[in-house]
Ligand binder design. Structure first.
Ligand code: GDP
Length: 484
């Protein structure tokens, strides 16, 4: 198992029109690797260059303008070893620059800042540079010249002046970060582009992170299988195998995989191992814990959420992470949640329709959020309840008691208006008065006007007869709930 130094994978981020495409084009056109093959004949989502006079390679992720770029921009920073942030000299830091910085910080990738368009006439470069440096430090970018670790290179993607300095800087940063790969390993990588070609069928561009991918190999890409029928490098040349840091286009998949899915990676299998051992622990069932499955849009968010939730585990371990991963909430997450009795938390992700259906059938609680502190507030409440009451409940429906009617000899029916969710026969029911629980009961009957029904939903009026009877008052709230 000999580890070799692998080429750095670089992504270029920045505000629209600041020159990402121009810079990628300039580098590609002036690179030796491209020229050797008689120029670029086609565009795939990444390319590799070698520096003139050296054997040093650099892989660039080249996705601006692509439909999936919005997605890739967040992932790009994660897939990449080094992020290059482009800031145009005339514009300075703009909204998308700030967004890119957020991604870079979250992904914790080494960063190089470049100031582009230094060829522009009529700009006092020194004044403008000073302004941009201040803007950058406001965004918590610690430039080298102020004692930080972020280098800054000024260049022009139009004339090419300073581009060589950027490439040298990339190699320097790569060297400092000791990027290692092992061509003997099983291949791992990420899909950076995928389309359906009318003639060739599904095509995916994979960036190999480690190991070697070979033609003829059977692969799995996030649920899509295939046998590699053909493999092309970024110049469109057929190749037999691709090693660490190489972008390749592959043919032979049964379907179009999603951008961002991983190729047979170690991370996933680590997670599975973790899942299995956690399952063992849970089966022993000695603790009262909140079991959670977290899905988030990106690694950075996932780490931030886990780090924040970990504060609950400081004194007592109350949160058990059953699984934490990237991507939408799918059926497999719900199945796992149902098996172990976990709740599913989503951050900036969707619930796949089939998964939503399954969750309803399996009574799995899903909560999705777009704002981290809302997620944390909710979980805090849940954890506190768990610590106080020793069990967790989910309120399924709420109704206000607006009237009462005598029934039979000495019973009373509560005339209610549903204000939230659903109340159904067979559910656990309780009556709450100003936040205090008056009593727990069940429904003997539930009536809509005169007709007996099995459930009522938000907005409907209904009559409820409690069994056992409860000494309710007008103004009380009826809640249906379940113990998680
Ligand atoms: P992107 O949206 O970040 O990919 O930006 P583009 O590469 O498409 O560039 C936006 C505009 O800026 C285009 O009109 C480019 O020609 C121009 N541009 C890019 N780099 C430079 C540069 O170094 N100097 C000058 N003067 N114009 C540039």
């Amino acid at each position: 198992m000999s580890k070799i130094t692998r080429p750095p994978i670089v992504t270029i981020l920045g505000h629209v029109d600041h020159g990402k495409t121009s810079l990628l084009d300039f580098i590609r056109k002036s690179s030796v690797a491209a020229k050797e093959h008689g120029g670029i004949t086609q565009h795939i989502g990444a390319y590799q260059i070698s520096l003139p006079g050296t054997s040093n390679l650099i892989t660039f992720i080249d996705t601006p303008g692509h439909a999936a770029f919005e997605k890739m921009r967040s992932r790009g920073a994660r897939v990449a070893d080094i992020a290059v942030l482009v800031v145009a000299l005339d514009d300075g830091v703009m909204p998308q620059t700030i967004e890119a910085i957020k991604h870079i910080h979250e992904a914790k990738v080494p960063l190089i800042v470049i100031i582009n368009k230094i060829d522009l006439a009529g700009i006092d470069i020194a004044v403008q540079l000073a302004k941009i440096k201040k803007q950058l430090s406001d965004q918590k970018i610690n430039l080298e010249e102020y004692g930080g670790d972020v280098p800054l290179v000024s260049l022009s993607a139009k004339t090419g002046k300073g581009v060589d300095k950027l490439l040298e800087m990339i190699l320097l940063v790569a060297e400092l970060n000791e990027l290692k790969g092992d061509a003997q390993d099983a291949p791992s990588g990420v899909v950076i582009e995928a389309t359906l070609d009318k003639f060739k069928g599904p095509i995916a561009t994979i960036l190999i992170r480690n190991g070697t991918l070979k033609k003829g190999e059977q692969i799995l890409l996030g649920g899509v299988t295939g046998k590699i029928r053909a493999m092309l490098d970024f110049n469109g040349q057929a190749i037999e195998e691709a090693g660490p840091s190489t972008p390749v286009e592959i043919l032979g998949l049964t379907d179009v995989p999603k951008v961002g899915v991983l190729l047979g990676n170690e991370l996933e299998s680590e997670k599975v191992d973790e899942q299995v051992s956690l399952l063992d622990k849970l089966k022993m069932g000695e603790r009262k814990t909140l079991k959670v499955i977290i899905k988030a849009d990106k690694q950075g968010s996932l780490e931030a959420i886990q780090a924040s939730l970990d504060k609950f585990n400081l004194e007592r371990k109350v949160i058990d992470y059953i699984f934490a991963g990237i991507g939408d909430i799918g059926e497999e997450n719900i199945k796992l949640a149902a098996t172990v009795g976990a709740i599913v938390i989503g951050f900036n992700v969707k619930v796949v329709p089939l998964a939503a259906q399954l969750a309803e059938n399996e009574h799995v609680l899903i909560r999705t959020y777009n704002i981290i502190y809302e997620l944390l507030e909710d979980i805090e409440e849940v954890v506190n309840t768990l610590l106080e009451v020793g069990q967790l409940e989910e309120v399924l429906g709420k109704a206000n008691i607006l009237a009462e009617f005598p029934f039979g000899k000495n019973e009373r029916v509560a005339g209610c208006r549903m204000i939230e969710g659903v109340i159904a026969k067979g559910q656990k029911i309780r009556v709450v008065r100003v936040g205090q629980i008056i009593g727990e009961t069940k429904l003997k009957f539930l009536k809509k006007v005169k007709e007996e029904v099995n459930k009522v939903e938000k907005g409907n009026d209904c009559g409820m007869l409690f069994d056992p009877a409860i000494d309710f008052q007008i103004g009380d709230v009826v809640e249906s709930f379940r113990v998680i």
